[in-house]
Design a protein around this ligand. Sequence first.
Ligand code: ADP
Ligand code: MG
Length: 793
Amino acid sequence: MADKEEILQKLLKPVGIEKKAGYNNSSVFGGFDNYILQWLDRLAELSSDERVLELIADLKELFSDYSRVQIKQRQKKLAAGQELFNSLSNLIQEETVEEDSMQRLPPIWQKSIRYVKGVGKKRAEKLARLEIDTLRDMLFYIPRDYRDWSKNLPIRELSPDSEVTATGQVVDSTELRPRKGLTITKVIISDNTGRLAGVWFNQSYIKQKFKPGMAVSFSGEVKQEYGELQITHPHYEIMDSDKELDPGKILPVYSTTQGLSQNLLRKIVSRILKEHLDRFPESLSPGIKDKYDLLDVKEALYKIHFPDQIREVKEARQRLAFGELFILQLGILLKKTDLLTEEEGLVHTGSDELITNFLSDLPFELTSAQRRVWAEIKDNLESSIVMNRLVQGDVGSGKTVVATLALLKAVSSGYQGAMMAPTEILAEQHYLSLKESLEEYGLQIGLLVGSLKKSERKEVIAGIESGEVDIVIGTHALLQEEVSFAKLGLVITDEQHRFGVRQRAILKEKGENPDVLVMTATPIPRTLALTLYGDLDLSVIDELPPGRKPVITEWRREKDFDKIFDFIRQEVKSGRQAYIVCPLVEESEELDVRSAENMAEKLDEDIFPEFKIGLLHGQLKTDEKEAVMEGFRSQQIDILVSTTVIEVGVDVANATLMVILDAQRFGLAQLHQLRGRVGRSEYQSYCILVADPGTETGRERMKIMTQSTDGFVIAEEDLQLRGPGEFFGTRQHGLPDLEVADLLRDSRLVELARKEARKVVDSDPKLQQEEHQLLADLLQAKFGDGFELIDVS
Ligand code: ADP
Ligand code: MG
C-alpha cells in the first residue's frame, strides 16, 4: 500500500500539468478533480493528525466543484490549492518523523470521527454527545439492542395475535380524526403477498416519516381488525435505499441522540468496519484466545455490530469484555507492584499475654467470624511478609475489637500502633473506648486530631516521637510532617473508603515497613473487591454479634411528620434515645449546619419541650463535639440532631431510633451506614426514612432499604441501580468507566482476566518486552500517565 508521502507525490504531480493544459480538467484521465478528491480520501484514511485532516477537508471542499466553475475560478482554486498542498507537505513530513519515533497504536485509535465519510463537523459534535470522538470510540459503541429483520415473513403468512416482523413498501398513509382529541395515523405497507397496517394514536408527526414507495419494516403484535392485519404502535425501521446495509438481516440498535438516526449510526459503523477493521490491533495473545476460546478482536467487533445470528452477539461481547477487563486488571496489578516494597516486613512475635487478658476481660465472647479474622491477621503479623489486609464487615459486626487485638499484638512486640479514622468524632470515640479498656494494662493511648489545643498537640506529638505513646488514634492530622514515630509497627485505617491511597502511603512511610490493616463496612462484591483492591488480602466478618434484632425500617412521606414525632416521643419516653439526621442540602457545609440548627431549635422549642435535644455537626470544636457525644452516651441528651458526621462508627447502644430526613438524597450505602448506628443492643431498633423521591429509581431505592438489612444485598442492588462508577465515586477510585464489561455480570471473566494479567506482570513487570508494547500503549491510552488515579489501597 502506498504511504502518505507517495500519495502526496501523486497529488502534486498533475497540479502543474493542469495549469499548463489551461485548466480544462483533463490533465488526468477521468478528470483532474475526481483524481484529486480520490487521492485526498486515501490520504485522509492514513492520517490521524488533526491539522492534516483539516487541510485535506479544506482541499476537498476547494476542488469539489472544480468541474462546474468557470476557467477563471479554476485558476484561483489551483493557486489556493497550491498553498494548501505546501502546508500539507510540510505537516506530513513532520508527522512521519514523529510516527517513526513513538507511535505504536495505529491511527484508527485516535483518528477523529469527524473525518469519516458522511460525518463532518456538525455530526461529529452530535456524536461527541454520545462520547464518541474517535473511530475507536465508534467501534466500541456497543448496540443496546438488535432488530432481527432476518426472520421476516411474507405478510400473507402472518398469523394474528403473534409477535411478527414484516417488510414491504409503503402504499398508503392516512390520518383520521374520529372525534376531538383523537388522531389515528395509519401507514399501510405491501409486499405483494398482502397488506399490513401500522397504527398510531395521537402521534400525527409519524405520518411524515413514511413516503409512498419507501421500504419499511414493522414489528410487534399483529391483530386482525376490521378485516385487515394491524400492528398498533409497531417498532418500525425504514430500510436503507442506498443498499449499503443489507436489509433482511440483523441490525444493531444504538442509544442515540437528537439528529443522529439509527441508520446513520449503522452506516458510520459499517464504513469504519469496512475501511479500517483490518488495522485494528489485537491485544490478546494467541495463547489466551485459544485457552478461553475467544474470538479474534476483529471478528468480535464486526459481530457485535452486525451479527449473522443473534447468538453470535454473546460470543462477541464476551471477547470484548475480556479484552477490556484484561487491560483494567493489568493496570491495577502494575500499579500494585509499583507500590509493593521488596523489603522484608516486621515480625510481631511478642507474647500473647496481654491479648489473653484483654479477651478474658471483655464482657462478651468473640463471634466465630471475629475469631477467624483475628487468626488470619495474627498469622500475617507473626510472619515476616508485610501484611496488607482488608477487613470487611457490615456495620455493627465488631471490627473495632479485632483492630484492638492487632494493636495489642504490635505493642506486645515492642512497636507502636496507629489507627486513622475519617472523622474527629470517630477518632475520639475510638480513643475514649481504647483508653477506657486498655489503660488498666498500663498502656499509653494518644489522640491526635486537628482541633486539639496547641499545648495538647505538642504533648501528644512528643509522646509519639519518644515512644511513650503506645497507640495513637487520629484523623488526617496523623499525616502531618512533624509527626514521627519512635517505632511504628502497625497502621490501621478505619472506614478506609474515605481515604485515598496516597494518604495511607504517607502514614505507612512513618515506619519501616509497618503492617497495614484497612477496615471497611462498605460491602464490596468480590469481583469489585478484586478490581478495586488488587492484591490486598481480604478477610470478611460475615456474622453479627448474637442477640441483635434486625432494624425495622419504614419509609414515610414528609406529610407524615406528626406521626413520626409521636413515635419518637413514645420511644424516648420508654427510655431509649434517637438520632435525627439532616442531609447535605447544598454543597456548602455551612448551609447544612444551618438546616440542622433549625431542626434542633424547632424540636427543642415546639415539638419536644419535654426532652433534651443535642446538636452535632462538623463545625463544632473538638471539645464541644466531645461534650455533645458524651452527653448522648451518658443519656443526658435524648435526641441527637446531626448532620452526616455520625455516619461512621458512632456507637451508642441505647439509641434505638434513627430518623433520616430527605433520605432520597443519600446513597444506599450511606443510608445503610447511618442505619448501622442503631440496632446495637438487644432492644428492637427502628429506622425511619423520610423521603418524597421524584423518580422511580428513587422509590425503588427506598423500598430496597425497607426490605433488607444485609449490607451485601443493598450494595449489589445499589450497584445494579447506579453502576459501579457512581457507586464508589469514580473520582475517588479512578476506576475507568467500562464500555463492554459489567463487573457484576462478568464476575467469572474478571477472575480469568486477572489471572492472565498476573502472568504478564510476573514475567515482565514493567511491560518492557517487545511483545508487550501494544499492551503498554493500550494502558497508556486508558489510564494516562502512570495510572495515577487508580486506588488499589
Ligand atoms: P463496626 O464493625 O461497625 O465497627 P463495632 O466494632 O463498633 O462495629 O461494634 C459494634 C458493637 O458491638 C460495639 O458496641 C461492640 O462492643 C459490640 N460487639 C463487638 N463484638 C461483639 C461480640 N462478639 N458480642 C457482642 N457484642 C459485640
Ligand atoms: Mg467501626
